[in-house]
Design a protein around this ligand. Structure first.
Ligand code: FES
Length: 96
């Protein structure tokens, strides 16, 4: 959506600031988790942003980086659900 909006505003010559939400780990500029490319330069959203000129952001790279841990996140969600189900079962057995 942000990419589409900046493409449209670029057509009309409208300056557009975007506030990015990349993966962040330490928030200090040291881990590189929030790395984004803006105007061909590497930036860290946690210390250089999060607001950037939307017409300069490499949104394709950003989207790819944000999907880097999708499989692991899904695995964690599944484990949490299973853990919750096991917890429910134990509670039910205790009350019987
Ligand atoms: S969150 Fe680690 S460098 Fe920005």
């Amino acid at each position: 959506m942000m990419k589409a909006t900046t493409e449209l505003t670029k057509e009309y010559g409208l300056a557009t600031l975007v506030s990015l939400d990349p993966i962040m780990v330490d928030g200090t500029g040291m881990c590189g988790g929030c790395r984004v490319t803006v105007g061909g330069e590497v930036k860290f959203a946690c210390v250089d942003g999060p607001d950037f000129d939307g017409h300069q952001v490499d949104f394709d790279e950003l989207a790819k980086r944000k999907r880097a841990y999708v499989a692991e996140e899904e695995q964690c969600r599944l484990e949490e659900v299973v853990s919750g189900m096991e917890g429910d079962g134990a509670e039910a057995e205790e009350s019987e």
